[in-house]
Design a protein around this ligand. Structure first.
Ligand SMILES: *Cc1c(COP(=O)(O)O)cnc(C)c1O
Ligand SMILES: [Zn+2]
Length: 392
């Protein structure tokens, strides 16, 4: 059973409807459970998945071993911010972002509904993820992208050989149009951001976080709101299962150049409004009209959460700081660390708190082919010894 998070209207999970008639997201009911020991995420956390997923043979999952990502304690950054800081390194997923966790669960839903064609509306990590798993599943896979997308952005997606359809028109509307298409025709299933079965997969992130740390704050880079919703649903289910005493304070962070959720939050509004001209290096989190935005606001309200934005300058600085701990992430993934300075200075996060932030995707996704050439020194092979002696 799926239920609208806003008006409570119920829908059958045997249909592929993902958005309520009122426009707000649908969600699978809360499922308390027990964590089993050993095995993949799908085995250990199986109890928490909806019935139709439990009935799916684990061998049919077409998993590529998503999840099971490292939780890294970072001492130098902890010292800078005077907190106990952990990074949840999602860059090591099969297509190098956390999206894979949700792609698996949404494609199980698609298969059970008998979909022959899998689609997605994305230009980035979700497109790569859906294309990869769609290809592995042997389904016809279609990725809808805007007319003006750069070839560079298509490179990873194209490697998995989907049909790439450039669509002229409003890209924000395309999200809703594609879902209408799949609500009417079970043969085609759109695995878009923020869809209920994607959220089920993202829950595993919350489970892993609680297995490996006891955070006071969980910082979540936010675009459509799907990741935020998934982590919250996972935490709430752990609490309902008696595994977690207290839900950590959720912190939603956006890039200042596209921050419709932060704007609504700071203005005390209950509804987000479209951001007119997104402009940020953190393209992976630049959704101007997040479909899960109002639900993020409700969850922040219910759980006394925090919501803040960071500039591109702060993002780039944080990306370097994260690299200084050995992890190369994309700009969108650095917003959690970027937000720490202000959150500490204004007292939102107290000294000594345990904090975890999700490093959502790999820096290799955003290579721009330009870097500071001053970093490179040229020598002749005969000068190697001399160079070393000078250095030491
Ligand atoms: C998708 C994505 C996010 C945000 O996820 P939403 O579910 O859209 O809020 C954050 N970082 C990266 C790298 C992403 O690809
Ligand atoms: Zn509704």
């Amino acid at each position: 059973m799926l239920r609208c998070v806003a008006c409570g209207k119920e829908y059958s999970s045997k249909k592929s409807r993902q958005i309520c008639r009122c426009g707000e997201p649908l969600e699978v009911e809360h499922i308390p459970g027990k964590i089993a020991s050993g095995g993949t995420v799908w085995k250990r956390f199986r109890d928490f998945f909806p019935q139709e997923m439990k009935e799916t043979d684990l061998r049919d999952l077409h998993t590529l071993s998503e999840g099971e990502t490292p939780t890294i304690k970072v001492d130098e950054l902890s010292e800078i911010y005077d907190v106990d800081l952990y990074l949840k390194n999602e860059t090591v997923n099969p297509t190098w972002s956390f999206k894979d966790r949700g792609t698996v669960t949404s494609l199980i839903h698609a298969s059970r509904l008998g979909a022959k064609t899998i689609g997605t509306v994305s230009t980035g990590n979700m497109a790569s993820s859906v294309a990869a798993y769609g290809n592995r599943l042997g389904s016809k896979t279609v990725v809808l992208v805007p007319e003006d997308i750069s070839d560079r952005k298509l490179e990873q997606i194209a490697a998995y050989d989907p049909l790439i359809l450039k669509v002229a028109g409003d890209y924000g509307d395309l999200f809703y149009e594609s879902l209408e298409l799949s609500a009417d025709d079970p043969e085609i299933y759109f695995s878009n951001s923020n869809s209920p079965y994607r959220i089920e997969g993202y829950k595993t992130l919350a489970f892993e976080i609680i297995e490996e740390s006891s955070p006071d704050f969980v910082i979540i880079p936010t675009s459509s709101g799907g990741l935020f919703r998934g982590v919250m649903k996972g935490l709430i289910e752990l609490k309902k299962s008696g595994i977690l005493d207290k839900i950590p304070t959720p912190v939603s962070v956006q890039a200042a150049g596209c921050s419709p959720i932060v704007r609504a939050y700071q203005g005390g509004k209950k509804k987000i409004e479209r951001w007119s001209e997104p402009g940020t290096e953190a393209g992976a989190i630049a959704n101007p009209l997040p479909p899960g935005g109002n639900e993020v606001l409700r969850k922040l309200d219910e759980h006394d959460g925090l919501c803040t934005k960071v500039s591109d300058e702060e993002i780039m600085d944080a990306q370097n700081k994260i690299a200084s701990e050995g992890i190369f992430c994309q700009p969108a993934s650095a917003v959690g660390v970027a937000a720490l300075k202000d959150l500490r200075e204004n007292g939102s996060i107290e000294k000594g708190s345990e904090v975890i932030t999700i490093i959502t995707g790999s820096g290799l996704k955003n290579l721009r082919g330009k870097f500071d050439r001053q970093r490179v020194k040229h020598i002749d092979i005969s000068e190697l010894k001399e160079w070393y002696e000078e250095e030491s």
